[in-house]
Design a protein around this ligand. Structure first.
Ligand code: DOR
Ligand code: ZN
Length: 352
């Protein structure tokens, strides 16, 4: 006996990943196929060393990504530029007009991996933000303050009150995505906006709360930024993801680091979800009785927000009676990279 009809197969427009770290060099070569296998497009984050700052940088990086993709893939990387206090508004406008950059990424300096070139003083970037508002170019925001006196679990909420809200009041025409939102406060804030504000949600934040990092010992593969929060926040994120509301969409923040860099005295932030992101999402939406809204979250809402048509290609997800195996780690020339373990069996897989 079941409470609701069992769906064993769903078809959706191919999903897009609106927040992805593809890295460079050997890591790029190893991880790009995992995203290309399942996603139609991805918004690629610019936090390389050195960062992707100019139109030239983005063109060159896009070329390296294309070279790393398997033959015959239709995966399209959409590029971002890394906002610095020296970013030039004309260059940003040219990158937008030429279709080289889809969005600009704001990292508060020191907020996360390779954010040292980010913004310390918001006043310095207002000329660029004003131009973006004028031309309709979106700003993707890592929404955490970095003041050491602010507790790490409060950084998102403090950012919203002290940086995001003033920014939106000053530039209401600027389209902003609050990336990888992790709190109920963030969800409520995004819902409260009348327009020009959306949020991406990761896969891992739908599965883990902060306990995962400390379950029986220190677990570096559950450490990311923004850090996972209390259970009440995870539940709010789930509710937003499955709501079907157009302002919430998928950005995996899949962020590979070699295991040696994570399993260290000062381990890197980032969770690598690209290989099993869709299988995890299907499980989450299935659990919430919302498989019929998975397409909105993963394939439709983000495209609409960025002014793009959904992918024409369809993908089918199938539920298998036995758990579906996925690689626990992938090998790279920089060493192995552990794949996100949702701590639950995954029964869904993308049908080939
Ligand atoms: O966990 C994270 N990893 N959060 C970020 O904001 C950056 C990312 C990375 O690049 O490793
Ligand atoms: Zn990220």
């Amino acid at each position: 006996m079941t409470d609701r009809p069992v769906t064993d197969r769903i078809e959706l427009s191919q999903p897009d990943d609106w927040h992805l770290h593809l890295r460079d060099g050997a890591m790029l070569a190893a991880v790009a196929p995992a995203s290309a296998r399942h996603f139609g497009r991805a918004l690629v984050m610019p936090n390389l060393v050195p960062p992707v700052v100019t139109t030239r940088d983005a063109v060159a990086y896009r070329r390296r990504i294309m070279a790393a993709l398997p033959q015959g893939t239709s995966f399209t990387p959409l590029m971002t530029l890394y906002l610095t206090e020296a970013t030039n508004a004309d260059d940003v406008a040219a990158a937008h007009a030429e279709g080289v950059a889809t969005a600009i990424k704001l990292y508060p300096a020191g907020a996360t991996t390779n954010s040292q070139s980010g913004v310390r003083d918001m006043e310095k970037v207002y000329p660029v933000l004003e131009r973006m508002a004028a031309i309709g170019m979106p700003l993707c925001v890592h929404g955490e303050v970095t003041h050491p006196e602010v507790d790490i679990f409060d950084r998102e909420a403090v950012f919203i009150a002290s940086v995001l809200e003033p920014l939106r009041r000053r530039l209401p025409e600027l389209k902003i995505v609050l990336e990888h939102v992790t709190t109920r406060d963030g969800i409520d804030y995004v819902r409260s906006a009348d327009r020009n504000l959306a949020a991406t949600l990761t896969v891992h934040h739908l599965f883990i709360n902060r306990n995962a990092m400390f379950a029986g010992g220190l677990r570096p593969h559950y450490y990311c930024l923004p850090v996972a929060k209390r259970e009440v926040h995870r539940l709010a994120l789930r509710a937003a993801a499955v709501s079907g509301e157009g302002r919430f969409f998928l950005g995996t923040d899949s962020a590979p680091h070699a295991d040696a860099a994570k399993e260290a005295a000062c381990g890197c932030a980032g969770i690598f979800t690209a290989p099993n992101a869709l299988a995890c999402l299907a499980r989450a939406f299935d659990e919430e009785g919302a498989l019929d809204r998975l397409e909105a979250f993963a394939s439709l809402n983000g495209a609409a927000w960025y002014g793009l048509a959904p992918n024409e290609r369809k993908v089918r997800l199938v539920r298998r009676p036995a758990p579906v195996a996925y690689p626990g780690r992938i090998e790279t020339d920089d060493g192995p990279v552990t794949v996100f373990d949702p701590m639950l069996p995954l029964h869904w897989e993308v049908e080939r």
